[in-house]
Design a protein around this ligand. Structure first.
Ligand code: MG
Length: 309
């Protein structure tokens, strides 16, 4: 009890006692707030960005705008996990990141729209459980496709100049001559997929491949969230092309962002779910979208209190 209570008269003691209670209540409130701060994390826990045309642009200098690099660095410093969610394979992605000479590295990468790798000690380590299950599912679905492949390839080659090849991720990969050709082939092969359980046609601009319908940028992002105990309500997703559509869904992310260069189907999907379509292209658009999200959180009293925004 404070010293003045012991040395003052009854009225002063009563007044001091009231003050003490007020101090005690304030201490209790401060303690409760500290507990709440500890219990509640920064409102954003995962940021998932597509790579080409969204985070990185080959023909710009620098390929990743400094403003976006700084924003992601500041989010990572707050404990946010950054995921690059791309159609590239791992070596192609690492080479492009190395060439960009960034100060940041993604905590996770999703490659070929489906396999997951986690950064550990400057390396990207296979998430074996998920990737093994993913490979096995693809082997099974591709068995159903094999006998039809010659017919499908013949249909395309008789109508279009296109590069068709097999790689370690798909028995059918395509590079169309232009997006008009890619549209027609897309429609034809989408129809074919309807007759084969779990088969999907995944397209990014003039590039495309067959894949398993259950493994895509959305399901891979959900798996990373599951491992980190992070739900869609704490996830941001940004993308620009058709292969980004599976992750540009409120099922997987609360905040959806598309840059100006996104294809119409992506812009429409993002707008329909009250996401943000930037007037700025590529990485500038993603940085703009992230700033809009951060401003909206700063304007929210609960979010700004717990996150220090
Ligand atoms: Mg892209």
């Amino acid at each position: 009890m404070p010293a003045q209570v012991r040395t003052s008269g009854a009225r002063t003691a009563e007044s001091a006692s009231t003050e003490w209670l007020k101090d005690e209540n304030a201490r209790t409130q401060r303690s409760a707030l500290c507990c709440m701060r500890a219990a509640m994390k920064f409102p954003i826990q995962i940021v998932s960005t597509d790579f080409d045309g969204t985070f990185h642009t080959d023909f710009e200098d620098p390929p990743v705008p400094r403003v976006l690099e700084d924003l992601i660095a500041s989010l990572q410093a707050k404990g946010v996990t950054w995921v690059i969610n791309t159609g590239r394979d791992l070596s192609s992605l690492i080479v492009a990141l190395g060439r960009a000479q960034l100060s940041i590295w993604p905590d996770y990468v999703v490659i070929v729209e489906r396999e997951i790798y986690r950064r550990e000690d400057s390396q990207y380590v296979d998430l074996e459980t998920w990737n093994t299950k993913c490979k096995s599912a693809h082997e099974k679905v591709f068995v159903q496709l094999r006998e039809d492949l010659p017919r499908l390839v013949e249909w395309i080659r008789s109508r279009f100049q296109a590069t068709i090849y097999e790689d370690s991720y798909s028995p059918f990969c395509l590079i169309a001559q232009n997006n008009g050709h890619a549209d027609v082939i897309h429609e034809y092969l989408n129809d074919y997929c309807r007759g084969i359980p779990n088969l999907a046609y995944v397209r990014n601009d003039v590039y495309a491949r067959f894949s398993h319908a259950a493994y895509n940028k959305g399901s891979a992002l959900a798996e990373i969230g599951r491992r980190l105990c992070v739900g869609p309500d704490q996830i941001v997703a940004a993308g620009d092309h058709l292969n980004d559509l599976p992750m540009l869904s409120l099922d997987y992310a609360r905040w959806l962002i598309a840059p100006r260069n996104a294809v119409d189907a992506v812009k429409l999907t993002v707008r329909r779910q009250c996401g943000y379509v930037s007037d700025l292209p590529h990485g500038y658009g993603v940085a703009d979208g992230l700033e809009v999200v951060l401003k909206s959180l700063a304007a929210d009293p609960v979010s700004s209190e717990v996150s220090g925004l």
